[in-house]
Design a binder for this molecule. Structure first.
Ligand code: S3P
Length: 431
């Protein structure tokens, strides 16, 4: 396990960067490109470990996928061309690969074994396995069929009308993808809209899919056709530098070409709510997704209550928002975010224990946290717990401490942002 001594104390950030491609969109581009007949070219692909797990899963089913850095070329014979893999499929740390892939594999008349790393093996899979079982897939696994490793025997699915019991784009997407293989129409009716990259991208691959409010209806037995996908920068990665610029003196940062899909821009709303100086410029559209450049400058953050429908739109940004709240002018309350307990770590516990170690005053609640503002953070020996977003939150926290911060298990940051420290060094002018 590698460690890093973070030497960013009291640095300010200035300049512009582009962050790597969006993780959610990169996964889907590989999955749908593999299901589509013909050629799919992906540019600005996120070559993070999670998305590489998705590539190897489809390579193990015989799809030709070639990659050079951030460009991926897929050539597939479509769904009929997929083969039964001879080896178990390794999902690594990736929840998105697990849940979406389970939807796809459920539609194929083969047997699959899936496993993941220690963290993924603890994360709930019944949320997706249950509706897929209802559609006809035979799925079993550890802990009464709830946890990885799992086995799937797919094929012969029937459609369902599904109301997800949790707010999860992964679950919605897994069911919609299984719906692609079923007879008739499958609908997913969400209580709150979650990220809609599956719906948008399936349309780009030629699928018929109807979206009305929070209900999505997919037509079964459809064929996808290869297409070119340009992946926007990941707003969840950009969030770390947006907050870093806001909480350090004399900073001004522009993150260019960031995806601005409205189901993902909760971080912009929260930064505005918390009084951060933020501007979105150069708005345009690539491959059906809005993008733009986001500018943030040093600000005096205000405390806020963060709850309700914005939560699914900031679900991956809450660790860095919690750090921001430690610098606000009062008490910040985050609630309705119980889903944080099912991420790469229990992110309520890991954020609370890490920020506390760094000198913050934070209390975990059942579904969120209460964070006191105006706190002076200090150096500490910390660990990421193998969670990329906790690792990056710690690195940004070290900009505020007098003493050095030691980060154990920093390599997990490569899951979503392999060049994170290069970009932080660039913005802080540290080599
Ligand atoms: C994702 C959805 C979110 C998010 C994850 C990626 C996706 O998870 O936390 O990083 O690509 O669909 P849930 O939908 O389970 O909340």
């Amino acid at each position: 396990m590698s460690s890093k001594v973070l030497k960013y104390q009291h640095a300010s950030l200035s300049g512009q960067i582009t962050v790597p491609g969006d993780k959610s969109i990169s996964h889907r581009a590989v999955m749908f490109g593999s299901l589509a007949k013909g050629k799919t070219n992906i540019t600005n692909f996120l070559a993070g470990e999670d998305c590489l797990s998705t590539i190897s899963a489809f390579q193990s089913m015989g799809v030709s996928i070639k990659r050079d850095e951030n460009t991926v070329w897929i050539e597939s014979d479509g769904i009929e061309g997929l083969k039964e893999p001879t080896e178990p499929i390794d999902l690594g740390n990736s929840g998105t690969t697990a849940r979406l892939l389970m939807g796809i594999l459920s539609g194929l008349p083969y047997h699959f074994t899936l496993f993941g790393d220690e963290s993924l093996s603890k994360r709930p899979m019944d949320r997706i396995a249950n509706p897929l079982r209802e559609m006809g897939a035979k799925i079993d696994g550890r802990n009464n069929g709830r946890l990885l490793p799992m086995s799937i025997r797919g094929g012969n699915l029937s459609s369902i009308d599904f109301k997800p019991p949790v707010k999860s784009a992964q679950v919605k997407s897994g069911v919609l993808l299984a719906g692609l293989f079923s007879e008739g129409f499958t609908t997913v009716e969400e209580e709150t809209k979650t990220r809609d990259h599956t719906e948008n991208m399936l349309k780009a691959f030629g699928a018929e899919i109807d979206v009305e409010g929070t209900t999505v209806k997919i037509h079964g037995k459809q064929k996808l056709h290869g297409c070119d996908i340009e992946v926007p920068g990941d707003i969840s990665s950009a969030a770390f530098f947006l907050v870093a610029a806001a909480i350090t003196k004399g900073s001004s940062v522009t993150v260019e070409n960031v995806g601005l899909n409205p189901t993902r821009t909760g971080i912009i709303d929260v930064l505005e709510l918390m009084g951060i100086s933020i501007e979105v410029v150069e708005k345009r559209t690539i491959g059906g997704e809005p993008i733009g450049d986001i500018k943030v400058a040093s600000s005096t953050p205000k405390a806020a209550v963060i709850e309700g429908d914005v939560i699914p739109r900031i679900i991956d940004e809450i660790p860095i928002i919690a750090l921001l709240a430690t610098q606000a002018d009062g008490q910040t309350i985050i609630r309705d975010a119980e889903e944080l307990r099912f991420k790469e770590t229990d992110r309520i516990d890991s954020v609370v224990s890490t920020l506390t170690k760094l000198g913050a005053s934070v209390k975990g609640t059942k579904d969120g946290m209460i964070i006191e503002g105006n706190t002076l953070l200090h150096g500490a020996v910390t660990e990421s717990f193998g969670d990329h977003r906790i690792g990056m939150m710690i690195a940004i926290a070290s900009l505020l401490t007098d003493e050095q911060v030691e980060l154990h298990d920093d390599e997990c940051i490569a899951v979503s942002y392999p060049t994170f420290f290069e970009d932080l060094d660039k913005l802080t002018s540290i080599n």
